[in-house]
Design a protein around this ligand. Structure first.
Ligand code: 9MR
Ligand code: 9MR
Length: 592
């Protein structure tokens, strides 16, 4: 509750936020369109920067304590920038000298915006981003006790009677064979379950866990497993891993690419969906991503008694999968070709990928770490990427493998392999240094978002969060503050200091997405979307143009459409939330 004083003060201070209009309003200070701040909050010890749009330019800006009305800081812009993408001129304001926690209002011309400074501002996002996975669980009832009344829903998509699609038929499992493949997370706004993306998501989350296990283990998410002896973070990830195990053909070790309906469901609640689901074709990418995630999981879960059995099963499954991939090293998922040969046609997400060197590198590396066996090391060495460091994404897992090597390097692996770790570390640091060079002239004081190529389908995760994670690695390896600062600047961008002024995570910040392309959020009758989800973000490709209302802008960093039909800019997905959860949890661990 706000005190009367605060409300009176806000009323006196504030003007409407629509640029151009200058009437007094009596609401909170939420001029997110003109005063761009990290709407989640700033750390007392860290940089605090706001970006001001031209409508609110002033010779002097001030920060006022929202409770007392006291002005704690005044200052003018430290620099002015012009966007290469939109031509917009903006000012950068730096109030880092304010180190007292509290609720403040930043005043700029006739506008004002709330600013929070608190001890652990990102902690609530770290918890919310993981809770989102619970809300996206399939095959189980989502209980009010954990989700709240409004997001509770009955069990659906039980997947206990899934058919083998003709593309996946084998001697032991001919077309139409019924298998059981329950649980796991819905992939995204759609209700299908895809192994490539699941392997990537769980692998990324487990990777981050290893950097700060004691911190990740300290979170409690209020999920059904919260009372047990294993960290909630691992329990939630296991919910997807246990589904993944069912996607391996026990007869030969190959892994089905996905479990899916032939064509996307409508915008209905899960319980209203009744289409037959299938597992389709085994592929090399799915099988290797599965092997990597399972090998990694076997090491991590092996430390917890509750998961001792799973740990052994996971390692055996990983080994079998790897052997299948060696025998079948280049089976790509080509949906159109598949549809020419088999019925029913399948038109859901493809997660298609034509090169498997990165998956071989990741899976062989993880199997080496899990077993210490020379044969896996030999293989991994044969697939070390030749070029520069690349950010991890579902389609290119080299970055994940590199991170895995650096975790081992951090703890000092055997000398024969340290040389490889050193080479990979050098690539990663070079990449981060290049990104940091863009900050001094950045419109948003961030190593992300300064060039059109930073925007596209899923960019907020695959470019922004992944870049922040790379910076956190660099910080961990060198202890140089500039990398930590760079990672936090990526968070500032995500949470509101950007071209649209959106805090891009549902349920957080003053201005956040209200209409994500997520079937449950749209169909549940609740106005607010499911909380804790990062949306894909600005995407000048606008691949959904034909079926959704016009985007507000074509400028790359403004090409974001908060409309439920905008799957190319406003969908949510497990891989995107995986990177968000990993990044904010890790930042929360590092910043004192
Ligand atoms: O809902 C689907 C979403 O999960 C996918 O990312 C997207 C692209 O494959 O497709 C969405 O489904 C749309 C379909 O492709 C075109 N017609 C409208 C569908 C629902 O918006
Ligand atoms: O994240 C995927 C993105 O990189 C691709 O460009 C896009 C189109 O193929 O598909 C995205 O993945 C979608 C998947 O195919 C189906 N579920 C929703 C995913 C997020 O949009």
């Amino acid at each position: 509750m706000k005190s009367n004083l605060t409300i009176a003060l806000a009323a006196a201070l504030l003007t409407a936020c629509t640029p151009g209009k200058k009437e007094i309003v009596t609401t909170d200070a939420n001029c997110a369109d003109v005063i761009k701040v990290n709407q989640v909050g700033y750390y007392p010890s860290q940089e605090k920067v706001a970006v001001i749009e031209a409508d609110a330019f002033a010779d002097s800006y001030s920060l006022v304590n929202a409770q007392t009305g006291e002005t704690v800081w005044t200052g003018s812009a430290v620099r002015e920038t012009t966007s290469e993408m939109s031509g917009k001129v903006r000012q950068i304001v730096d109030f880092s000298s304010v180190k007292e926690t509290g609720s403040y209002v930043l005043k700029a011309g006739n506008y004002a915006m709330n600013v929070e400074i608190s001890e652990h501002p990102l902690r609530k996002v770290a918890v919310g981003a993981m809770k989102a996975f619970y809300l996206n669980r399939s095959g189980v009832e989502i209980l009010a006790e954990y989700a709240g009344e409004e997001y509770a829903r009955p069990a659906a998509h039980l997947d206990t009677e899934v058919l083998i699609h003709p593309s996946a038929a084998s001697k032991q499992r001919p077309e139409g064979t019924v298998i059981s493949s329950p649980f796991g997370w819905y992939d995204a706004g759609d209700f299908n379950k895809y192994i490539v993306n699941s392997g990537f998501s769980t692998g990324l989350m487990l990777m981050a866990y290893q950097m700060r296990p004691e911190h990740f283990a300290s979170y409690s998410y209020n999920i059904p497993e919260s009372g047990n002896a294993t960290p909630d973070y691992l329990d939630e990830i296991y919910f997807n891993l246990k589904w993944m195990l069912t996607m391996q053909d026990p007869n030969d070790g190959g892994v089905y690419h996905k479990l899916t309906v032939p064509s996307f469901e409508g915008f209905e609640m899960p319980a209203d969906c009744h289409k037959q689901r299938y597992v389709v074709q085994k592929t090399t990418a799915a099988t290797l991503d599965f092997a990597a995630a399972m090998a990694q999981a076997s090491r991590i879960y092996g430390q917890y008694e509750e998961y001792a059995e799973f740990s052994k099963t996971a390692l055996e499954a990983a080994k079998k999968a790897w052997l299948w991939a060696r025998k079948n090293p280049s089976i790509a998922y080509r949906q159109n070709e598949m549809n020419e040969k088999f019925d029913p046609d399948v038109t859901t997400g493809a997660y298609d990928d034509e090169s498997f060197g990165d998956e071989f590198f990741w899976a062989s590396s993880e199997l080496y770490f899990a077993t210490g066996k020379r044969q896996y090391l030999n293989f991994a060495e044969g697939f070390v990427p030749k070029g520069d460091y690349t950010l991890p994404s579902w389609g290119n897992v080299n970055g994940l493998a590199i991170m895995a090597w650096l975790i081992e390097g951090t703890y000092g692996f055997s000398p024969e392999t340290d040389l490889l770790a050193q080479r990979l570390q050098y690539k990663l640091i070079n990449y981060c240094d290049a990104c940091l060079e863009s900050v001094p002239s950045s419109c948003f004081q961030s190593p992300y978002g300064n060039t059109p190529s930073d925007f596209g389908w899923g960019c907020l995760s695959e470019m922004c969060c992944s870049r922040a994670l790379s910076m956190l690695f660099a910080y961990r390896l060198t202890s140089e503050d500039k990398y930590l600062k760079g990672a936090l600047q990526c968070a500032d961008y995500l949470f509101g200091r950007n071209a649209t002024g959106y805090c891009y995570v549902t349920g957080f910040g003053t201005k956040s997405p209200m209409h994500p392309h997520q079937r449950i959020s749209e169909a549940d009758g609740v106005e607010a979307p499911l909380p804790g989800f990062l949306v894909g973000g600005p995407n000048p490709g606008q691949q959904d143009r034909a079926t959704c209302p016009e985007y507000p802008s074509n400028v790359p960093d403004e090409s974001y459409n908060d409309h439920m039909a905008s799957y190319a800019s406003n969908e949510i997905a497990i891989n995107w939330n995986a990177a968000l959860a990993a990044m904010v949890s890790w930042l929360d661990a590092e910043i004192k």
